[in-house]
Design a protein around this ligand. Structure first.
Ligand SMILES: *Cc1c(COP(=O)(O)O)cnc(C)c1O
Length: 422
């Protein structure tokens, strides 16, 4: 063997090993059909030619359907999910959907996309707390003025609309307090004045509501909740009328908000069972709510499907059902006299429950309990009632949940009775 001959590599039949490990297994037989799409994990998207890359770039810039140059603009899996969401949220309407990494980022992206310095924004006083923090924080720093309106305002919204009003931002029912808004009436007034309407549709989801039939221009879906459905992912989406899509898409591209392929796959899987899960949440939550309404410790149950709810008629007119989330208000007599006593009583009710976890978020298979601190979250219509506790009723047997809450009330009563009297 000559010394200058390259050493023979027993593995070097064809491409070098390091080339082979890069190349192997990337050609699959796309004629094999499965019920589900695969999960696309991707950053780079490949093109057949430079001309293809150029055309894809232009189509992606215009926000055309199924156009992508890079996974921040979409992969087959995320594009399939976006199509599915537009279809289920807005049947009969020409809409598009964009995916964001959380419900909150869907809210912030939708607002940033359409607002400019000097604009006026009308937001429901019953809005999700972090939405308020975004409006009062970053939006205010960028020169947008937010005004909160009474969620029961209905057509009265017209009086609050000014020449510089750009968006009315709704949420119905409201977070924690569950006011139902007259969304169609608000949309009519806003549209007549060239103002966009956006709604946070977390609670009802498309299973129980048709926000585009009500007249909204965009709806926000926290997919973290019932669409994911298993408390194991974070995602959000904005569904928007076609005419407003280019502006939203430009913001999505400039901000770089996007989602991972595995999470998109999980949301698409959650969607398949969303309707049956929500019917089960609905039935169980109603049983628990009706039981709570008969408890001596409870002043009121804030659940729009109960006849006692102040906007029950609106709920009946507009919604196809109710979900697993509602609040109840405790009677002052159920507590010790002072704030510390109240805190102890609340802790006794919530802590140590067998089936209700203490935690934020909701929409998964499991039940949750959380006192609501809404004092600072209401400015247009301050909360006048007693302490609120929010429940998410999961897929457990409702009788087990009721027994668990009964034990909580018993613990609360013991703590109150043992409290030092002065
Ligand atoms: C949870 C929630 C969101 C935010 O969703 P995340 O994915 O948790 O960011 C938005 N709006 C409402 C009404 C919610 O309950």
């Amino acid at each position: 063997m000559h010394r200058d001959e390259p050493p023979t590599d027993p593995l070097s039949d064809g491409p070098a090993p390091r080339t082979r490990v890069v190349d192997a297994g990337r050609r699959f037989d796309d004629r094999i059909a499965t019920a589900n799409l695969p999960a696309w994990r991707a950053s780079t998207v490949l093109f057949d030619s430079l001309a293809h890359a150029e055309a894809a770039g232009q189509a992606t810039g215009r926000g055309e359907r199924h156009a992508t140059t890079y996974a921040t603009a979409g992969t087959p899996g995320t594009l399939a999910l976006a199509d599915a969401l537009a279809e289920v949220e807005a049947p009969g309407h020409a809409c598009r959907a964009a995916l964001m990494p959380s419900g909150l980022s869907a809210i912030s992206t939708a607002l940033l996309a359409f607002l400019s310095p000097g604009d006026h924004l009308l937001v429901s006083d019953s809005v999700y707390g972090p939405t308020r923090a975004f409006c009062d924080g970053m939006l205010s720093r960028y020169g947008v003025r937010t005004e909160y309106y009474d969620p029961t305002i209905g057509a009265g919204i017209a009086q609050l609309i000014r020449p510089e009003t750009r968006i009315v931002y709704l949420e119905s029912p409201g977070s924690y307090t569950f006011e139902i808004q007259d969304v169609p009436a608000i949309c009519v007034e806003a549209r007549a004045r060239g103002v966009l309407t956006m709604i946070d549709n977390a609670w009802a989801s498309p299973v129980f509501s048709r926000p585009f039939d009500w007249g909204v221009d965009a709806s926000i879906l926290p997919l973290t909740k019932y669409w994911g459905g298993h408390s194991d992912l974070l995602m959000g989406a904005v569904v928007i009328r076609e005419e407003h899509w280019p502006r939203l898409w430009t913001a999505v591209r400039q901000l770089g908000v996007c989602v991972g392929g595995d999470d998109a796959w999980l949301v698409l899987r959650g969607l398949r069972t969303a309707e049956v899960r929500m019917r089960a949440h609905e039935q169980s939550a109603l049983r628990v709510a009706r039981w709570l309404a008969g408890r001596p410790e409870v002043a009121s149950v804030l659940h729009p499907a109960l006849e006692s709810h102040p906007q029950h008629a609106l709920w009946k007119r507009d919604f196809g059902g109710s979900s697993g989330l509602f609040s109840f208000e405790l009677r002052a007599e159920a507590f010790g006299a002072d704030a510390a006593g109240a805190q102890r009583a609340l802790a006794a009710l919530c802590e140590g429950r067998r089936h209700f976890g203490i935690g934020y978020s909701w929409g998964g298979f499991e039940s949750l309990i959380m006192p609501a601190k809404i004092g600072s979250l209401r400015t247009a219509r301050p909360w006048q009632g007693g302490p609120l506790v929010r429940l998410h009723v999961g897929l457990e047997e409702p009788a087990d949940l009721i027994a668990d809450l009964e034990a909580g009330f018993e613990a609360m009563r013991r703590v109150r009775d043992e409290a030092p009297q002065d």
